[in-house]
Design a protein around this ligand. Structure first.
Ligand code: G3H
Ligand code: 13P
Ligand code: ZN
Length: 317
């Protein structure tokens, strides 16, 4: 099926009450782990690249790794997406360089400036057959260089979404309903709860339109404990309960972004490997269980959170 935009994926996900997983890729093992899981479960998948990933691994290496994954998994649709693009130039470079989807994240700017920049990216992207995700509302935690203090997050204001989407022409919209980036999303002792009232109000105003959730890792305690048991120190790491994400996927949420859970699983397994094999120094040995943990994590998400297993069969060949 190869490299596709997210248009058909989102339409089918919206109508089918499931979501597509968007997983961040930074190296070969992560690309392999994600796409092997998606391939075996016959699930559509979005591979996303942040500005930081591009700086770390280089644009060409990442695109070529994704091309390799497409050759190895010919039966599933794969979209290549820029995560948190912060300028027109960065979006243009990814559009010109083979991405099928870009995010312009101007959510920290005033409403009219967000619209102006998003619209400029949309015009260029659409002229090149590429789709655009935009963001309205700011998540708590760290969004690349944007840092929002926990408790001061700005939930998306539903009364703004129709004007934003119609004036920008964006293809999907990331909204803030209480998720946040990283491994420390909620204070220990508080009840993690997404604002489904905000999501439902946005959905009413944008019927049929794909909504995106960032910051959707669940921070499984099994891996926090593994990290801490083998020399790490991550006290109070808490994520979004998986049942709440599953519910969001049944509603208008068509794309769920997961990165921290993959980092956590890899780190836990690498720490464990080193602790159990202090004399080993071959990267292939300790990266093997790390890659397997990415695959297991993505398979778990596809089955238990996203509901996208088997859905590649519904896509246009
Ligand atoms: O939301 C951001 C993603 O987790 C990517 O993080 O900027 O460290 O690559 P990064
Ligand atoms: P997490 O940090 O919750 O995995 O969120 C990832 C994300 O939103 C990437 O854009
Ligand atoms: Zn994000």
């Amino acid at each position: 099926m190869g490299l596709v935009t997210t248009t058909e994926m989102f339409q089918k996900a919206y109508n089918g009450g499931y979501a597509i997983g968007a997983f961040n890729v930074n190296n070969m093992e992560i690309v392999q782990g994600i796409t092997e899981a998606a391939g075996e479960l016959n699930s559509p998948v979005i591979l996303q690249v942040s500005k930081g990933a591009r700086a770390y691994a280089n644009h060409t290496y990442l695109v070529k790794l994704v091309e390799a994954a497409i050759i190895e998994n010919p039966d599933i649709p794969i979209a290549l997406h820029l995560d948190h693009g912060d300028s027109f130039e960065l979006c243009k470079s990814c559009i010109d360089g083979g991405f099928t989807s870009v995010m312009i994240d101007a959510s920290s700017k005033p409403f009219d400036e967000n619209i102006e920049l998003t619209k400029k990216v949309v015009e260029y992207a659409h002229a090149h057959g590429v789709v655009v995700e935009a963001e309205l509302g700011t998540l708590a935690g760290v969004e690349d260089e944007v840092c929002v203090e926990a408790g001061k997050e700005m939930y998306t204001r539903p009364e703004e979404v129709e004007e934003f989407v119609s004036r920008t022409g964006c293809d999907s919209l990331a909204i803030a309903i209480g998720t946040s980036h990283g491994a420390y999303k909620f204070k220990p002792g508080t009840k993690p709860q997404l604002r489904f009232d905000v999501l439902e109000e946005c959905t009413k105003r944008l019927p049929g339109f794909p909504i995106v959730l960032h910051g959707s890792s669940s921070v499984p305690q099994e891996f926090v404990e593994m990290v801490n048991q083998y020399g790490g120190n991550m006290p109070g790491a808490i994520g979004v309960p998986e049942e709440q994400l599953r519910h969001a996927a049944e509603l208008s949420v068509c794309k769920i972004n997961i990165d921290s859970d993959i980092r956590l699983a890899m780190t836990g397994n690498i720490r464990k490997y080193f602790a159990e094999h202090p004399d080993h120094f071959d990267p292939r040995q300790y990266l093997k269980p790390a890659r397997q943990s990415v695959k297991d994590m993505v398979a778990h998400k596809i089955i238990n959170v996203l509901g996208s297993a088997g859905k590649a069969a519904d896509m246009t060949k």
